[in-house]
Design a protein around this ligand. Structure first.
Ligand SMILES: *[C@@H]1O[C@H](CO)[C@@H](O)[C@H](O)[C@H]1NC(C)=O
Ligand SMILES: *[C@@H]1O[C@H](CO)[C@@H](O)[C@H](O)[C@H]1NC(C)=O
Ligand SMILES: *[C@@H]1O[C@H](CO)[C@@H](O)[C@H](O)[C@H]1NC(C)=O
Length: 506
Protein backbone atom coordinates (compact mmCIF):
# COMPACT_ATOMS: atom_id res chain seq x y z
CA UNK A 1 0.00 0.00 0.00
CA UNK A 2 2.69 2.39 1.04
CA UNK A 3 4.80 1.55 -1.99
CA UNK A 4 1.86 2.13 -4.23
CA UNK A 5 1.01 5.56 -2.83
CA UNK A 6 4.67 6.55 -2.91
CA UNK A 7 4.74 5.58 -6.56
CA UNK A 8 1.55 7.52 -7.28
CA UNK A 9 2.95 10.55 -5.46
CA UNK A 10 6.23 10.25 -7.33
CA UNK A 11 4.48 10.10 -10.65
CA UNK A 12 2.28 13.09 -9.82
CA UNK A 13 5.36 15.06 -8.79
CA UNK A 14 7.40 14.05 -11.79
CA UNK A 15 4.60 14.99 -14.16
CA UNK A 16 4.33 18.34 -12.41
CA UNK A 17 8.06 18.88 -12.83
CA UNK A 18 7.98 17.36 -16.25
CA UNK A 19 5.21 19.59 -17.52
CA UNK A 20 7.50 22.52 -18.11
CA UNK A 21 10.38 20.45 -19.41
CA UNK A 22 11.20 19.94 -23.08
CA UNK A 23 11.96 16.50 -24.52
CA UNK A 24 15.60 15.38 -24.22
CA UNK A 25 17.55 16.56 -27.25
CA UNK A 26 15.33 19.60 -27.84
CA UNK A 27 17.60 22.28 -29.28
CA UNK A 28 17.91 25.98 -28.54
CA UNK A 29 19.17 28.63 -30.92
CA UNK A 30 19.12 32.27 -31.96
CA UNK A 31 19.00 33.88 -35.39
CA UNK A 32 20.20 36.83 -37.43
CA UNK A 33 20.34 37.68 -41.14
CA UNK A 34 23.28 38.96 -43.18
CA UNK A 35 21.96 42.35 -44.27
CA UNK A 36 20.60 43.04 -40.80
CA UNK A 37 23.84 42.51 -38.87
CA UNK A 38 26.93 42.22 -41.06
CA UNK A 39 27.42 45.77 -42.32
CA UNK A 40 30.59 46.02 -44.48
CA UNK A 41 28.21 46.55 -47.39
CA UNK A 42 30.97 47.57 -49.80
CA UNK A 43 33.91 45.67 -48.26
CA UNK A 44 36.34 43.99 -50.61
CA UNK A 45 34.69 42.82 -53.82
CA UNK A 46 31.12 42.63 -52.46
CA UNK A 47 28.60 44.08 -54.88
CA UNK A 48 25.33 45.81 -53.90
CA UNK A 49 22.32 43.70 -53.09
CA UNK A 50 18.78 44.80 -53.68
CA UNK A 51 18.73 46.12 -50.10
CA UNK A 52 21.90 48.19 -50.50
CA UNK A 53 20.34 49.73 -53.58
CA UNK A 54 16.86 50.24 -52.10
CA UNK A 55 18.18 51.86 -48.92
CA UNK A 56 20.50 54.21 -50.76
CA UNK A 57 18.03 55.17 -53.49
CA UNK A 58 14.83 55.54 -51.41
CA UNK A 59 15.95 56.47 -47.86
CA UNK A 60 12.52 57.89 -47.00
CA UNK A 61 11.03 54.43 -46.99
CA UNK A 62 12.97 53.62 -43.80
CA UNK A 63 11.46 54.92 -40.54
CA UNK A 64 14.67 56.61 -39.32
CA UNK A 65 16.35 56.96 -42.76
CA UNK A 66 19.07 54.62 -41.56
CA UNK A 67 20.92 51.95 -43.55
CA UNK A 68 22.48 48.54 -43.02
CA UNK A 69 25.86 49.89 -44.24
CA UNK A 70 27.42 49.16 -40.85
CA UNK A 71 24.51 47.61 -38.91
CA UNK A 72 25.84 45.61 -35.94
CA UNK A 73 29.16 45.26 -37.81
CA UNK A 74 29.15 41.50 -37.39
CA UNK A 75 31.43 41.28 -40.40
CA UNK A 76 34.14 42.49 -38.05
CA UNK A 77 32.63 41.55 -34.66
CA UNK A 78 31.61 37.95 -35.31
CA UNK A 79 33.93 36.70 -32.57
CA UNK A 80 31.92 38.71 -30.05
CA UNK A 81 28.72 37.23 -31.53
CA UNK A 82 30.17 33.81 -30.90
CA UNK A 83 30.87 34.69 -27.25
CA UNK A 84 27.25 35.75 -26.88
CA UNK A 85 26.02 32.40 -28.21
CA UNK A 86 28.32 30.72 -25.69
CA UNK A 87 27.09 32.97 -22.87
CA UNK A 88 23.56 31.90 -23.78
CA UNK A 89 24.57 28.23 -23.87
CA UNK A 90 22.83 27.66 -27.21
CA UNK A 91 23.11 24.60 -29.42
CA UNK A 92 22.82 26.36 -32.77
CA UNK A 93 23.12 29.68 -34.55
CA UNK A 94 20.94 30.49 -37.53
CA UNK A 95 22.63 33.15 -39.71
CA UNK A 96 22.38 33.93 -43.40
CA UNK A 97 24.89 34.06 -46.21
CA UNK A 98 25.03 37.23 -48.28
CA UNK A 99 24.76 36.28 -51.95
CA UNK A 100 26.72 39.36 -53.11
CA UNK A 101 29.48 38.84 -50.54
CA UNK A 102 30.12 35.28 -51.65
CA UNK A 103 29.30 35.56 -55.34
CA UNK A 104 29.76 39.26 -56.21
CA UNK A 105 28.79 38.91 -59.87
CA UNK A 106 25.45 37.45 -58.88
CA UNK A 107 26.35 34.55 -61.15
CA UNK A 108 28.42 31.69 -59.87
CA UNK A 109 31.40 32.12 -62.21
CA UNK A 110 33.42 34.04 -59.61
CA UNK A 111 33.65 33.29 -55.88
CA UNK A 112 34.90 36.06 -53.59
CA UNK A 113 37.95 34.96 -51.62
CA UNK A 114 37.08 37.32 -48.74
CA UNK A 115 33.45 36.25 -48.72
CA UNK A 116 34.40 32.59 -48.73
CA UNK A 117 36.82 33.14 -45.84
CA UNK A 118 34.30 35.12 -43.77
CA UNK A 119 31.70 32.33 -43.71
CA UNK A 120 34.42 29.72 -43.36
CA UNK A 121 35.74 31.45 -40.21
CA UNK A 122 32.23 31.87 -38.86
CA UNK A 123 31.31 28.22 -39.38
CA UNK A 124 34.61 26.94 -38.01
CA UNK A 125 34.38 29.28 -35.02
CA UNK A 126 30.90 27.98 -34.23
CA UNK A 127 31.94 24.36 -34.50
CA UNK A 128 34.97 24.96 -32.27
CA UNK A 129 32.55 26.34 -29.66
CA UNK A 130 30.27 23.33 -30.03
CA UNK A 131 27.55 25.42 -31.67
CA UNK A 132 25.89 24.06 -34.77
CA UNK A 133 25.75 26.40 -37.77
CA UNK A 134 22.34 26.58 -39.48
CA UNK A 135 22.91 28.78 -42.53
CA UNK A 136 20.11 30.39 -44.50
CA UNK A 137 21.20 30.56 -48.11
CA UNK A 138 18.93 33.48 -48.99
CA UNK A 139 17.50 36.05 -46.60
CA UNK A 140 16.07 38.77 -48.89
CA UNK A 141 19.30 40.17 -50.39
CA UNK A 142 19.30 39.22 -54.08
CA UNK A 143 22.13 40.84 -56.07
CA UNK A 144 21.04 44.18 -57.57
CA UNK A 145 22.48 43.03 -60.86
CA UNK A 146 19.96 40.19 -60.94
CA UNK A 147 17.18 42.54 -59.86
CA UNK A 148 18.02 44.72 -62.87
CA UNK A 149 17.23 41.60 -64.92
CA UNK A 150 13.88 41.12 -63.18
CA UNK A 151 15.00 39.54 -59.92
CA UNK A 152 12.48 37.09 -58.50
CA UNK A 153 10.08 37.77 -61.38
CA UNK A 154 12.46 36.38 -64.01
CA UNK A 155 11.90 32.61 -64.34
CA UNK A 156 15.66 32.15 -64.94
CA UNK A 157 16.27 33.24 -61.34
CA UNK A 158 15.56 29.68 -60.22
CA UNK A 159 18.64 28.51 -62.14
CA UNK A 160 20.75 31.43 -60.91
CA UNK A 161 19.76 30.63 -57.34
CA UNK A 162 20.46 26.92 -57.73
CA UNK A 163 23.95 27.73 -59.04
CA UNK A 164 24.62 30.05 -56.12
CA UNK A 165 23.31 27.37 -53.76
CA UNK A 166 25.69 24.85 -55.34
CA UNK A 167 28.60 27.19 -54.53
CA UNK A 168 27.40 27.43 -50.93
CA UNK A 169 27.03 23.65 -50.63
CA UNK A 170 30.39 22.97 -52.25
CA UNK A 171 32.12 25.22 -49.72
CA UNK A 172 30.25 24.42 -46.51
CA UNK A 173 28.12 21.27 -46.82
CA UNK A 174 30.85 19.21 -45.16
CA UNK A 175 30.20 21.11 -41.90
CA UNK A 176 26.46 21.79 -41.99
CA UNK A 177 23.61 19.43 -41.07
CA UNK A 178 20.60 21.77 -41.21
CA UNK A 179 20.02 24.27 -44.00
CA UNK A 180 17.37 26.87 -44.65
CA UNK A 181 17.18 27.54 -48.39
CA UNK A 182 15.07 30.70 -48.65
CA UNK A 183 13.60 32.84 -45.88
CA UNK A 184 9.99 34.03 -45.84
CA UNK A 185 8.98 34.33 -49.48
CA UNK A 186 5.52 35.41 -48.34
CA UNK A 187 7.12 38.58 -47.00
CA UNK A 188 9.54 39.44 -49.78
CA UNK A 189 7.14 38.47 -52.58
CA UNK A 190 4.09 40.21 -51.13
CA UNK A 191 5.93 43.26 -49.86
CA UNK A 192 8.83 43.46 -52.33
CA UNK A 193 6.98 42.66 -55.57
CA UNK A 194 3.36 43.35 -54.53
CA UNK A 195 2.99 46.22 -52.08
CA UNK A 196 6.41 47.70 -52.88
CA UNK A 197 7.20 48.51 -49.25
CA UNK A 198 10.48 46.64 -49.06
CA UNK A 199 13.27 45.95 -51.55
CA UNK A 200 13.08 45.97 -54.51
CA UNK A 201 10.04 48.21 -54.00
CA UNK A 202 7.94 46.96 -56.90
CA UNK A 203 4.22 47.66 -56.64
CA UNK A 204 2.36 44.96 -58.51
CA UNK A 205 -0.19 43.20 -56.37
CA UNK A 206 -1.94 41.54 -59.28
CA UNK A 207 0.94 39.93 -61.16
CA UNK A 208 4.39 40.62 -59.69
CA UNK A 209 3.98 38.94 -56.36
CA UNK A 210 2.62 35.74 -57.90
CA UNK A 211 5.48 35.53 -60.40
CA UNK A 212 7.83 35.85 -57.43
CA UNK A 213 6.12 33.03 -55.51
CA UNK A 214 6.27 30.60 -58.42
CA UNK A 215 9.94 31.39 -59.15
CA UNK A 216 10.89 31.08 -55.48
CA UNK A 217 9.30 27.63 -55.31
CA UNK A 218 11.20 26.60 -58.44
CA UNK A 219 14.43 28.05 -57.03
CA UNK A 220 14.02 26.17 -53.77
CA UNK A 221 13.15 22.98 -55.66
CA UNK A 222 16.17 23.21 -57.94
CA UNK A 223 18.54 23.98 -55.08
CA UNK A 224 17.13 21.03 -53.15
CA UNK A 225 17.70 18.74 -56.16
CA UNK A 226 21.30 19.97 -56.46
CA UNK A 227 21.88 19.05 -52.84
CA UNK A 228 20.09 15.73 -53.20
CA UNK A 229 22.11 14.71 -56.28
CA UNK A 230 25.53 16.03 -55.36
CA UNK A 231 25.83 16.32 -51.56
CA UNK A 232 23.20 14.37 -49.67
CA UNK A 233 24.88 11.00 -50.10
CA UNK A 234 28.04 12.31 -48.45
CA UNK A 235 26.69 14.65 -45.79
CA UNK A 236 23.02 13.70 -45.15
CA UNK A 237 22.03 17.28 -44.36
CA UNK A 238 18.43 18.41 -44.01
CA UNK A 239 16.88 21.24 -46.02
CA UNK A 240 13.76 23.35 -45.70
CA UNK A 241 12.44 26.66 -46.89
CA UNK A 242 11.48 28.89 -43.92
CA UNK A 243 8.01 30.33 -44.15
CA UNK A 244 6.45 33.14 -42.20
CA UNK A 245 3.24 31.89 -40.64
CA UNK A 246 0.94 34.40 -39.05
CA UNK A 247 -1.85 32.41 -37.37
CA UNK A 248 -5.21 33.21 -39.03
CA UNK A 249 -8.35 32.22 -37.19
CA UNK A 250 -12.03 32.74 -37.95
CA UNK A 251 -13.58 35.79 -36.33
CA UNK A 252 -16.99 34.10 -35.96
CA UNK A 253 -18.56 30.74 -36.80
CA UNK A 254 -19.66 32.24 -40.11
CA UNK A 255 -16.04 32.85 -41.09
CA UNK A 256 -14.70 29.31 -40.69
CA UNK A 257 -14.67 28.67 -44.41
CA UNK A 258 -13.00 31.92 -45.43
CA UNK A 259 -10.42 31.53 -42.65
CA UNK A 260 -9.42 28.14 -44.03
CA UNK A 261 -9.18 29.61 -47.55
CA UNK A 262 -6.94 32.36 -46.18
CA UNK A 263 -4.68 29.78 -44.53
CA UNK A 264 -4.49 28.00 -47.87
CA UNK A 265 -3.57 31.31 -49.44
CA UNK A 266 -1.10 32.58 -46.84
CA UNK A 267 0.54 29.21 -46.10
CA UNK A 268 -0.53 26.95 -48.96
CA UNK A 269 0.82 29.17 -51.74
CA UNK A 270 4.27 28.59 -50.23
CA UNK A 271 3.91 25.06 -48.85
CA UNK A 272 1.51 23.05 -50.93
CA UNK A 273 3.87 22.63 -53.90
CA UNK A 274 6.56 21.28 -51.57
CA UNK A 275 4.77 19.44 -48.76
CA UNK A 276 1.51 18.10 -50.23
CA UNK A 277 1.11 14.69 -51.86
CA UNK A 278 -0.08 16.10 -55.18
CA UNK A 279 2.14 19.20 -55.45
CA UNK A 280 1.31 22.44 -57.25
CA UNK A 281 -0.95 25.16 -55.88
CA UNK A 282 -3.69 24.57 -53.33
CA UNK A 283 -6.68 23.81 -55.56
CA UNK A 284 -9.14 26.27 -54.02
CA UNK A 285 -6.63 29.14 -54.22
CA UNK A 286 -5.62 28.32 -57.79
CA UNK A 287 -9.28 28.22 -58.81
CA UNK A 288 -10.15 31.49 -57.06
CA UNK A 289 -7.26 33.48 -58.57
CA UNK A 290 -8.02 32.04 -62.02
CA UNK A 291 -11.73 32.95 -61.70
CA UNK A 292 -10.87 36.45 -60.50
CA UNK A 293 -8.38 36.85 -63.37
CA UNK A 294 -10.86 35.86 -66.08
CA UNK A 295 -13.52 38.08 -64.52
CA UNK A 296 -11.04 40.97 -64.66
CA UNK A 297 -10.56 40.33 -68.38
CA UNK A 298 -7.24 38.48 -68.34
CA UNK A 299 -6.87 35.58 -70.77
CA UNK A 300 -4.67 33.72 -68.26
CA UNK A 301 -4.58 33.29 -64.49
CA UNK A 302 -2.50 35.89 -62.67
CA UNK A 303 -1.11 32.95 -60.67
CA UNK A 304 1.36 31.27 -63.05
CA UNK A 305 0.65 27.61 -63.66
CA UNK A 306 2.94 24.71 -62.84
CA UNK A 307 3.58 22.13 -65.57
CA UNK A 308 3.45 18.51 -64.39
CA UNK A 309 7.23 18.37 -64.72
CA UNK A 310 7.62 21.45 -62.50
CA UNK A 311 5.23 20.01 -59.94
CA UNK A 312 7.29 16.83 -59.79
CA UNK A 313 10.50 18.82 -59.44
CA UNK A 314 9.26 20.82 -56.44
CA UNK A 315 7.12 18.22 -54.68
CA UNK A 316 8.82 16.52 -51.75
CA UNK A 317 11.80 18.90 -51.60
CA UNK A 318 12.04 18.98 -47.82
CA UNK A 319 13.61 17.11 -44.93
CA UNK A 320 11.92 19.09 -42.16
CA UNK A 321 9.76 22.21 -41.90
CA UNK A 322 11.22 25.55 -40.76
CA UNK A 323 8.54 27.68 -39.09
CA UNK A 324 8.79 31.43 -38.42
CA UNK A 325 6.00 32.80 -36.26
CA UNK A 326 5.26 36.07 -34.45
CA UNK A 327 1.59 36.88 -34.26
CA UNK A 328 -2.08 36.13 -35.05
CA UNK A 329 -4.99 37.64 -36.96
CA UNK A 330 -8.68 37.04 -37.14
CA UNK A 331 -10.31 36.65 -40.54
CA UNK A 332 -13.81 37.60 -41.58
CA UNK A 333 -15.70 37.68 -44.85
CA UNK A 334 -16.24 41.22 -46.09
CA UNK A 335 -19.68 42.43 -46.96
CA UNK A 336 -19.91 43.31 -50.66
CA UNK A 337 -20.13 46.99 -49.74
CA UNK A 338 -16.64 47.07 -48.20
CA UNK A 339 -14.79 45.37 -51.07
CA UNK A 340 -11.13 46.27 -50.57
CA UNK A 341 -9.08 46.81 -53.71
CA UNK A 342 -6.00 44.72 -54.38
CA UNK A 343 -3.67 47.62 -53.62
CA UNK A 344 -4.58 47.42 -49.96
CA UNK A 345 -3.59 43.95 -48.84
CA UNK A 346 -2.27 44.84 -45.40
CA UNK A 347 -5.62 44.56 -43.77
CA UNK A 348 -7.42 42.44 -46.30
CA UNK A 349 -7.19 39.78 -48.94
CA UNK A 350 -8.66 41.00 -52.19
CA UNK A 351 -8.77 37.58 -53.87
CA UNK A 352 -11.11 36.25 -51.21
CA UNK A 353 -12.76 39.48 -50.03
CA UNK A 354 -11.56 38.82 -46.50
CA UNK A 355 -10.57 41.28 -43.79
CA UNK A 356 -7.82 40.61 -41.23
CA UNK A 357 -8.13 42.01 -37.72
CA UNK A 358 -6.92 41.51 -34.17
CA UNK A 359 -8.89 40.57 -31.07
CA UNK A 360 -9.70 42.95 -28.27
CA UNK A 361 -8.32 40.58 -25.65
CA UNK A 362 -5.00 39.93 -27.38
CA UNK A 363 -2.37 42.11 -25.72
CA UNK A 364 -0.54 44.49 -28.02
CA UNK A 365 3.21 44.93 -28.12
CA UNK A 366 4.86 48.25 -27.30
CA UNK A 367 6.36 49.05 -30.64
CA UNK A 368 4.71 50.19 -33.81
CA UNK A 369 5.63 47.57 -36.35
CA UNK A 370 5.04 48.96 -39.81
CA UNK A 371 6.21 45.97 -41.77
CA UNK A 372 4.46 43.55 -39.55
CA UNK A 373 1.76 43.38 -41.95
CA UNK A 374 -1.83 44.16 -41.56
CA UNK A 375 -1.93 45.60 -38.07
CA UNK A 376 0.75 47.98 -36.87
CA UNK A 377 1.08 46.65 -33.35
CA UNK A 378 2.28 43.20 -32.49
CA UNK A 379 -0.83 41.18 -31.53
CA UNK A 380 0.21 38.74 -28.85
CA UNK A 381 -1.65 35.45 -28.92
CA UNK A 382 0.61 32.65 -27.67
CA UNK A 383 -2.05 29.98 -28.29
CA UNK A 384 -1.86 30.88 -31.98
CA UNK A 385 1.51 29.16 -32.21
CA UNK A 386 0.05 25.90 -30.91
CA UNK A 387 -2.95 26.21 -33.24
CA UNK A 388 -0.58 26.82 -36.13
CA UNK A 389 1.60 23.79 -35.33
CA UNK A 390 -1.47 21.54 -35.09
CA UNK A 391 -2.80 22.90 -38.38
CA UNK A 392 0.53 22.27 -40.11
CA UNK A 393 0.71 18.72 -38.79
CA UNK A 394 -2.86 18.01 -39.86
CA UNK A 395 -2.29 19.49 -43.31
CA UNK A 396 1.25 18.37 -44.14
CA UNK A 397 1.87 15.43 -41.84
CA UNK A 398 3.88 14.26 -38.88
CA UNK A 399 7.10 16.01 -39.95
CA UNK A 400 10.00 17.36 -37.99
CA UNK A 401 9.16 21.00 -37.21
CA UNK A 402 11.91 23.46 -36.27
CA UNK A 403 10.85 26.89 -35.07
CA UNK A 404 13.35 29.06 -36.92
CA UNK A 405 12.08 32.46 -35.68
CA UNK A 406 9.92 33.70 -32.82
CA UNK A 407 10.39 36.94 -30.94
CA UNK A 408 9.22 40.29 -29.69
CA UNK A 409 10.08 43.82 -30.74
CA UNK A 410 10.37 46.75 -28.39
CA UNK A 411 12.04 50.13 -28.14
CA UNK A 412 15.75 49.46 -28.27
CA UNK A 413 16.69 51.43 -25.13
CA UNK A 414 15.09 48.88 -22.81
CA UNK A 415 17.51 46.50 -21.07
CA UNK A 416 15.12 45.06 -18.47
CA UNK A 417 12.77 43.78 -21.12
CA UNK A 418 10.14 41.98 -19.05
CA UNK A 419 7.68 41.97 -21.95
CA UNK A 420 10.13 40.02 -24.09
CA UNK A 421 10.74 37.55 -21.25
CA UNK A 422 6.97 37.05 -20.95
CA UNK A 423 6.60 36.68 -24.71
CA UNK A 424 9.19 33.92 -24.99
CA UNK A 425 7.87 32.14 -21.89
CA UNK A 426 4.24 32.19 -22.99
CA UNK A 427 4.98 31.15 -26.58
CA UNK A 428 7.27 28.38 -25.35
CA UNK A 429 4.50 27.06 -23.07
CA UNK A 430 2.38 26.66 -26.19
CA UNK A 431 5.21 24.85 -27.98
CA UNK A 432 5.30 22.43 -25.05
CA UNK A 433 1.55 21.85 -25.29
CA UNK A 434 1.86 21.21 -29.01
CA UNK A 435 4.60 18.66 -28.32
CA UNK A 436 3.01 16.95 -25.32
CA UNK A 437 -0.73 17.23 -25.92
CA UNK A 438 -0.88 17.28 -29.71
CA UNK A 439 2.12 15.15 -30.58
CA UNK A 440 3.71 17.71 -32.92
CA UNK A 441 7.38 16.85 -33.37
CA UNK A 442 8.97 20.24 -32.67
CA UNK A 443 12.70 19.60 -32.31
CA UNK A 444 14.00 23.09 -31.58
CA UNK A 445 13.32 26.76 -31.02
CA UNK A 446 15.08 29.84 -32.38
CA UNK A 447 14.82 33.26 -30.76
CA UNK A 448 14.68 36.15 -33.20
CA UNK A 449 17.05 37.68 -32.62
CA UNK A 450 20.44 37.20 -31.05
CA UNK A 451 20.94 40.97 -30.98
CA UNK A 452 19.34 44.20 -32.15
CA UNK A 453 19.83 44.67 -35.85
CA UNK A 454 18.75 46.70 -38.85
CA UNK A 455 15.05 45.86 -38.85
CA UNK A 456 14.37 46.56 -42.55
CA UNK A 457 12.01 49.52 -42.99
CA UNK A 458 11.90 50.01 -39.21
CA UNK A 459 15.62 50.79 -39.30
CA UNK A 460 16.92 50.95 -35.72
CA UNK A 461 13.66 52.23 -34.21
CA UNK A 462 12.89 48.87 -32.68
CA UNK A 463 14.79 45.79 -31.66
CA UNK A 464 14.16 42.11 -31.07
CA UNK A 465 17.54 41.39 -29.53
CA UNK A 466 18.36 39.26 -26.55
CA UNK A 467 21.40 41.56 -26.65
CA UNK A 468 21.14 45.31 -26.94
CA UNK A 469 23.46 46.88 -29.50
CA UNK A 470 24.51 50.52 -29.14
CA UNK A 471 24.40 51.72 -32.74
CA UNK A 472 25.60 55.19 -31.74
CA UNK A 473 29.07 53.87 -30.92
CA UNK A 474 31.57 52.84 -33.56
CA UNK A 475 32.43 49.69 -31.57
CA UNK A 476 28.77 48.59 -31.55
CA UNK A 477 28.97 47.29 -27.96
CA UNK A 478 26.55 44.48 -27.12
CA UNK A 479 24.86 44.20 -23.70
CA UNK A 480 22.80 41.23 -22.55
CA UNK A 481 19.21 42.13 -21.72
CA UNK A 482 17.16 40.48 -18.98
CA UNK A 483 15.68 38.27 -21.70
CA UNK A 484 19.19 36.97 -22.47
CA UNK A 485 19.50 35.84 -18.84
CA UNK A 486 16.10 34.21 -18.99
CA UNK A 487 16.72 32.50 -22.32
CA UNK A 488 20.11 31.21 -21.17
CA UNK A 489 18.59 29.63 -18.07
CA UNK A 490 15.77 28.04 -20.07
CA UNK A 491 18.20 26.68 -22.67
CA UNK A 492 20.52 25.30 -19.96
CA UNK A 493 17.66 23.66 -18.02
CA UNK A 494 15.82 22.59 -21.21
CA UNK A 495 12.81 23.65 -19.20
CA UNK A 496 10.62 26.63 -18.37
CA UNK A 497 10.82 25.63 -14.72
CA UNK A 498 13.55 28.17 -13.95
CA UNK A 499 13.82 31.05 -11.48
CA UNK A 500 12.67 34.49 -12.59
CA UNK A 501 15.63 36.36 -14.06
CA UNK A 502 17.13 39.20 -12.04
CA UNK A 503 17.11 42.76 -13.33
CA UNK A 504 20.26 43.80 -15.16
CA UNK A 505 22.07 46.58 -13.23
CA UNK A 506 24.02 48.92 -15.47
C1 LIG B 1 31.93 52.20 -48.52
O1 LIG B 1 30.79 52.90 -48.08
C2 LIG B 1 31.06 53.95 -47.16
C3 LIG B 1 29.72 54.49 -46.71
O2 LIG B 1 29.04 53.49 -46.01
C4 LIG B 1 31.93 55.00 -47.81
O3 LIG B 1 32.24 56.00 -46.86
C5 LIG B 1 33.20 54.35 -48.34
O4 LIG B 1 33.95 55.30 -49.05
C6 LIG B 1 32.85 53.17 -49.24
N1 LIG B 1 34.10 52.47 -49.58
C7 LIG B 1 34.39 52.12 -50.82
C8 LIG B 1 35.65 51.37 -50.99
O5 LIG B 1 33.67 52.42 -51.76
C1 LIG C 1 -15.47 40.06 -54.02
O1 LIG C 1 -16.15 41.27 -54.13
C2 LIG C 1 -16.34 41.71 -55.47
C3 LIG C 1 -16.96 43.08 -55.44
O2 LIG C 1 -18.03 43.11 -54.53
C4 LIG C 1 -17.19 40.67 -56.22
O3 LIG C 1 -17.31 41.06 -57.57
C5 LIG C 1 -16.51 39.31 -56.12
O4 LIG C 1 -17.32 38.33 -56.71
C6 LIG C 1 -16.23 38.94 -54.70
N1 LIG C 1 -15.44 37.74 -54.65
C7 LIG C 1 -15.63 36.78 -53.75
C8 LIG C 1 -14.70 35.64 -53.79
O5 LIG C 1 -16.53 36.83 -52.94
C1 LIG D 1 11.20 13.88 -34.38
O1 LIG D 1 12.04 14.11 -35.48
C2 LIG D 1 13.39 13.72 -35.26
C3 LIG D 1 14.20 14.16 -36.45
O2 LIG D 1 13.65 13.66 -37.62
C4 LIG D 1 13.44 12.22 -35.02
O3 LIG D 1 14.77 11.84 -34.77
C5 LIG D 1 12.57 11.88 -33.83
O4 LIG D 1 12.51 10.48 -33.66
C6 LIG D 1 11.16 12.41 -34.02
N1 LIG D 1 10.44 12.25 -32.78
C7 LIG D 1 9.21 11.78 -32.75
C8 LIG D 1 8.58 11.71 -31.40
O5 LIG D 1 8.61 11.42 -33.75
Amino acid sequence: MLTRSVLVLASVLSSAWGELTFPPGFRWGAATAAYQVEGAWNQSDKSPSVWDHFIHSTPDLVADRSTGDVAADSYHLWRRDMEMLEELGLQFYRFSISWTRLVPNGFANVISEDGRRYYDDLINGLLESGIEPIPTIYHWDIPQRLQDLGGWTNPLVSDWFAEYARVVFSLYANRVKYWVTINEPSVFCEFGYGAGMIAPGIKDQDIGKYMCVKNVLMAHGKAYRVYEREFKGKYSGKLSMANHFMWYEAETEKDLEVAELIRQFQYGLYCHAIYSQEGGWPVAVEQQIADNSYREGYSFSRLPEFTQEEKDLVRGTFDYMAVNHYSSRTVRQQSSAEHIPASNQFTANAEFNATYEGKEDWPKGNSFWFLFYLLPHHQINPAGLRDLLVWLKTEYGDLEYLITENGYSDVTSKINDDDRVDYHREYLKQVLLAIKQDGVNVTGYTAWSLMDDFEWVEGYTLGFGLYHVDFSQAERPRTPRKSARYYASVARANSLDVPEPQDVML
